[in-house]
Design a protein around this ligand. Sequence first.
Ligand code: AMP
Length: 282
Amino acid sequence: MRDPQITRTITELRQALAERSGALIGLVPTMGALHAGHAALLARACSECKIVVASIFVNPLQFGPSEDYAGYPRDPQADIAYAGEAGADIIFLPTPETLTGRGLQTSVVVAEVGEPLCGLQRPGHFTGVATIIVKLFNIVRPDKAYFGEKDWQQLQVVRRLTADLDFAVEIVGVGVVREADGLALSSRNRYLSVSEYQTALRLPQALKAAANLIESGETDARVVALAFRHAIATGPDLKLEYFSICLPDTLEPVEAIQGKTLLAAAVRVGKTRLIDNVLVST
Ligand code: AMP
């Protein structure tokens, strides 16, 4: 492994890419606080591309006013070492001023697929994501870009904007990386206390219970939703924001489960918001 090249401005990044012109470029956008979920994206990118760019940017546009932008974990030195170890050739570490300047007058709104689920809970969130992703696509001009299925709706939003705006980039989805006990890895897991962590395990467990029910033949979404609610056992320790049984591409809710179906949920454990999903096929 060579040390990754660190770039902080758009000019530096473009210069670094110009020196490698002709090489297949993979982009892995992240918000840092890197973990094995990000490493899986980088590993996949390394296996498919000559040059892998990891961006590390806590995107202010995707946080609501009462969300955790200020407190979001930031550790650039650890992230640089981790991303280098995981195979990144170039790290793009812009400041907020570099990407959002004195404020943007342009934004990218992805309508239907950005509206339900997290779109309802976090107004403006996917517009913030989509706007920065489009900027990163224009800055890096990657051949391939890698996104985790952990953020399933985000992946669909990115697929849609790529198709709608004719970006010449292949979007690659990478499966959810979990702890051995089932909890999906997330930078926000580090907010959880020991007892909150135990509570958070009910999220993957309830999704699994619902998936098992479908796999054993249940087709009525109401029955599956009841089983999920029973298993997640909401209370003062865990609040449910949403549970959706929907089509994987459009996120439209389904009543009669048939074929590929997404089960997606968001919860709050204490102050920490967690999302997870499973895909089932019948
Ligand atoms: P984030 O830094 O949380 O914005 O995530 C950056 C990228 O890593 C996104 O495409 C996420 O979907 C992906 N990612 C985060 N956690 C996981 C995970 N547990 N498994 C797979 N991909 C993940």
